[in-house]
Structures are given as structure tokens and as C-alpha cells.
Design a protein around this ligand. Structure first.
Ligand SMILES: Nc1nc2c(c(=O)[nH]1)N[C@H]1C(S)=C(S)[C@@H](COP(=O)(O)O)O[C@H]1N2
Ligand SMILES: [Mo]
Length: 250
């Protein structure tokens, strides 16, 4: 449990710290303590709601990086994935599961037939590189409105087709990021179909957060009340494996 005093202090740190997303903040023991559970982190960031709904910077075509580097899995390379890629992902399904009133699935063509958004943003990886790319995809809000979240839903878990070190990659965000206007499931990069290396056929863009939150090879979105039963319960692959922060604001 978190004491009221700690929470107030945490919110004060959060007001400046979450904006900069700086390493010093992540190393602060008090803040680490506050971030110890994703639910608590979510509660703290509610205090900076205004900041959370701000838009990430968008750029011009002239700013595009010559190549958009790939990181982590560059090819899921499972028999199922290879078979799907071989037919242009015609059989790919995006499944909405968990706390939706209308759980359903979408083909890639169905995703592409929904309203789309294109944005040019900068991707920042914790490993110390950045790249600017143009992304096109369906705003997540459109899918959430179709699926109709139940009142209990608080987090969205993104299930992926790849495994790293034998474990499935996954990530999660809260509903503030879920409904953020720049949060999209992208299927195009720089005007072309998303390359396999960058997460084909569908990858998350959650522009206010660091690179590892941007799940690639997305096969499903599960709405949950708590992250406790998923993976090791910390909200994502890198959180489980290496203790990365669940909320990775930039
Ligand atoms: N499914 C999946 N998603 C992932 C990863 C991964 O290995 N598997 N790596 C993450 C990391 S650390 C980064 S920086 C970005 C890299 O995206 P890119 O390959 O398009 O540059 O994807 C993120 N999403
Ligand atoms: Mo990354």
C-alpha cells in the first residue's frame, strides 16, 4: 500500500518528472517505490492528466529519417507468421478479448477500411537512438468504441506474434493512452506497407512513451481490470524481464 504522504510527494515529482521522463527520476528510490505497481503508477499519473493528453510533437516529411531502424524482434520467424506473411497477411486477425461488451476480430482489410490517421513522430528507444517516421493506421479509439469497453476495464494488453528469449512479447497501456488521439495501430510506415522488421502487419504507436511500449506484430488487444494475471504481472515483456518502468513517458 502507498501512504497518502508518499502519494502527494509522488504527484509533486510526477508533475515535472513525467514530462521529462528523465533517468534521474527513474533512479529516484521514492519514485521507484511509487512505480512499484502499475496500478499505483496509473493513479499518480492521473494527477497530471492535462499533461498526459497533450500531443507529441509532429514533424514534416523533410524531417524523416533516411531509414527507420528496427529493434528487438526483426522477424518473428514462426511457421504461422511466415505462412501469413507469404499471403500478405490476408489471414491475419486482430482480436479484441477480455472486458469488451462486444469482443470481435478484424482482418487487416477491415482495419484498413476504418477511419485512418497519419502522423510523423519521433521514436525514442531506451538504448539511446531515435528515428522520425511517418505512420498510418487506425486510431485505437475507433477499435475501442466498436468493442465497447466494460466499466471494469482499466488497462489494454497488446499480445504479439513474436517471442524473445522463449517468452511472448507483450505490452500494456492505460485508457488515457488508449484513447489518446495519436495512439494508433499502424500498418504503414513512410507511405509503404509496414515492413516485417518494424512489426508487420500491425504495430502500436503510443507516441507519448518510449519505444519498448510500441508493441509490434499485434495479434490481440485484451481489456483487463488488473495486470496481475498477465505474464509476470508487471505489464510488459521488458518490465517482467529487466524491471523497465511500466509508464515510460517522454
Ligand atoms: N513485438 C515486439 N514489439 C516490440 C519489440 C519487440 O522485440 N517485439 N521491441 C520494442 C522496442 S525496444 C523498440 S525500440 C521498438 C522498435 O521498433 P522498430 O523495430 O520499428 O524500430 O519496438 C518495440 N516493440
Ligand atoms: Mo527500444
Amino acid at each position: 500500500m502507498i501512504t497518502r504522504r508518499k502519494l502527494i510527494t509522488g504527484a509533486a515529482i510526477g508533475a515535472g518528472g513525467l514530462l521529462s521522463g528523465c533517468d534521474a527520476l527513474n533512479r529516484n528510490p521514492l519514485f521507484q517505490d511509487i512505480l512499484a505497481s502499475a496500478e499505483t503508477a496509473n493513479f499518480v499519473v492521473q494527477r497530471t492528466l492535462g499533461d498526459r493528453m497533450e500531443l507529441a510533437s509532429e514533424y514534416r516529411m523533410a524531417d524523416l529519417s533516411p531509414t527507420f531502424r528496427a529493434n528487438g524482434t526483426r522477424d518473428p520467424a514462426s511457421p504461422e507468421y511466415d505462412a501469413s506473411a507469404a499471403q500478405g497477411f490476408a489471414d491475419w486477425r486482430l482480436r479484441l478479448t477480455g472486458l469488451f461488451r462486444k469482443p470481435q476480430q478484424f482482418s487487416l482489410a477491415a482495419v484498413q477500411s476504418l477511419p485512418q490517421r497519419t502522423q510523423i513522430t519521433r521514436h525514442d528507444c531506451v538504448e539511446g537512438w531515435s528515428a522520425i517516421g511517418q505512420w498510418t493506421g487506425v486510431p485505437l479509439k475507433i477499435l475501442l468504441d466498436l468493442g465497447q469497453l466494460q466499466d471494469k476495464a482499466r488497462f489494454l494488453v497488446f499480445h504479439c506474434a513474436d517471442r524473445l528469449g522463449g517468452r511472448p512479447y507483450y505490452e500494456s497501456i492505460d485508457l488515457l493512452d488508449g484513447f489518446h488521439p495519436q495512439t494508433i495501430l499502424a500498418h504503414r510506415l513512410n507511405g509503404s506497407p509496414l515492413p516485417v522488421a518494424n512489426g508487420a502487419p500491425l504495430r502500436l504507436r503510443v507516441e507519448r512513451q518510449l519505444g519498448y511500449k510500441h508493441a509490434k506484430y499485434v495479434t490481440g488487444i485484451e481489456a483487463v481490470a488488473s495486470l496481475a494475471g498477465i505474464g509476470e504481472g508487471k505489464g510488459g515483456y521488458w518490465q517482467d524481464v529487466a524491471g523497465y518502468a511500466w509508464y515510460a513517458g517522454i
